[in-house]
Design a protein around this ligand. Structure first.
Ligand code: ADP
Length: 437
């Protein structure tokens, strides 16, 4: 982006407009205001040179107004209103110039009237352009009427310099109209490119959503079929009470899987629609981790994983949202248990650095390759690691972790090499935090 573009962006920030076309029109307006002010400055200098001091004063006033219009746009006035004010101002300048020029004597000031329908067309479209064309014809017709009636206006400048005035004003017309058309066209091309990019992104999103729906349908279908089958055989007369208990456990496990999937989906939806709403409270992270590991110990036992806590002697306090931090821990720890071999350790480390507090979850699983690393923390990013007990993975957990971490202003990441396990970490910034020895 060059300096001029940056300057225009100050008046019309990219982020303020969702549609590339609206952005283009707003930018065109600001560009046109500056160009016309520059054009008017040329007229002003020319008028001084030709002793046309009325012209010069009118030009200075118009320059000020042309420069105020982009500010009014920035302050929230509508584009249609401002574009009409801009065009009306050009009409007023034309009327003043023709009056001081002694009526429609020659083409000295024609550029101003020609601009009315032209700029209205570019900024507002065909209807506004037609309206301004009619207005310009009425203005020209009005002066012609006075001329026919023999009314003469006094010429208020040194006419000996007329040929020079004609030359400069007509070249000015060619220059300004060409520049505005050029800006409008190049803006159109940029807007077109942005639209194409948006379109491609939407297409990609659509493909992702379709894939995702297939995965969801597939992942819900299997546990649902299990529930259906186990519920049916539990009802058989021949089924023993022991078997019935086992079947009911299978039903509960399948229901848990479906619940987990739906919970993750709802979480993604809530976070994406900006409804996460953190509730920070003062927490002792040592206690949070110890308590969380107690809860997770039942699952760890069933998977034959040793959950190990490595906590500092200092108690580390942090202002943060308890439920969301536990959600991050849950994702890291359940992944660690899911991918690590039976009998191995999943370690949870808490440590203190000058600018942040770090929680790491280290496992002894298959690790992640550099190529797969790119997929981590992205929605539906599933790597080649296979869960030990054939559990499902949709690549939602870490995407949720990333979104929560972003809301915390925290860094998350993973250090890993294939075959060497994973170290998933979150670095929580230390604002409003105190360490008590
Ligand atoms: P889900 O929530 O569906 O299990 P995640 O977002 O938690 O998915 O994980 C995304 C992918 O990252 C997983 O499919 C897996 O391939 C990889 N992954 C996550 N944790 C580990 C780990 N500890 N070891 C190896 N691979 C992992």
């Amino acid at each position: 982006m060059n300096k001029f573009d940056e300057w225009i962006s100050w008046f019309v920030p990219d982020s303020a407009y969702a549609s590339p076309e609206t952005l283009r029109l707003h930018r065109l307006f600001v560009n046109s205001c500056f160009l016309t002010a520059f054009f008017a400055l040329g007229y002003c200098l020319m008028s001084i040179y030709m002793s046309g001091y009325y012209f010069a004063v009118a030009m200075v006033i118009s320059i000020v107004v042309f420069l105020i219009l982009p500010l009014l746009l920035k302050w929230g006035l509508g584009l249609v209103t401002l574009a009409n004010v801009y065009t009306a101002l050009i009409a007023v300048v034309y009327i003043c110039l023709v009056y001081w020029d002694g009526g429609i004597r020659n083409a000295n000031v024609a550029p101003w009237i020609i601009m009315l329908p032209a700029v209205a067309m570019m900024m507002q479209g065909i209807r506004a352009s037609m309206a301004w064309l009619v207005i310009s014809l009425i203005i020209v017709g009005g002066f012609a009427y006075f001329n026919f009636r023999g009314v003469r206006f006094a010429v208020r400048f040194d006419t000996s310099k007329d040929p020079l005035f004609n030359l400069l004003s007509l070249s000015g017309l060619v220059a300004i109209i060409s520049l505005i058309i050029f800006i409008s066209e190049s803006g159109k091309r940029k807007a077109q490119k942005m639209l194409e990019e948006q379109n491609k992104a939407l297409e990609r999103l659509n493909i992702e959503k379709n894939n995702f729906l297939n995965i969801v349908a597939h992942d819900l279908k299997n546990p649902l079929a299990s529930v259906r089958a186990f519920a049916e055989i539990s009802g058989y007369e021949k089924t023993t009470p022991e078997k019935r208990t086992i079947y009911l456990q299978h039903i509960a496990t399948s229901a848990d899987r479906m619940f987990e999937l739906i919970k993750n989906l709802l979480d993604v939806n809530m976070i994406e629609s900006g409804k996460m709403g953190l509730k920070p409270v003062e927490l002792c992270l040592n206690d949070l981790i110890t308590n969380y590991l107690k809860q997770a110990s039942v699952v760890a036992l069933s998977k034959q994983i040793n959950l190990v806590a490595q906590l500092p002697e200092n108690r580390i306090y942090l202002q943060t949202d308890k439920a969301r931090l536990e959600q991050i821990l849950e994702n890291f720890i359940s992944n660690g248990m899911k991918y690590s071999p039976a009998g191995s350790n999943v370690k949870v480390q808490l440590s203190d650095a000058p600018a942040y507090v770090e929680i790491c979850v280290i496992d002894a699983g298959p690790g992640i390759s550099a190529a797969d690393m790119e997929k981590l923390f992205k929605q539906y990013g599933v790597t080649s690691s296979v869960p030990r007990e054939g559990e499902n993975s949709m690549g939602l957990g870490l995407a949720i972790v990333k979104k929560i971490a972003d809301a915390f202003g925290a860094d998350v990441g993973c250090i890993s090499e294939p075959g060497k396990g994973c170290n998933f970490y979150i670095r929580l910034p230390k604002q409003a935090r105190e360490t008590i020895s």
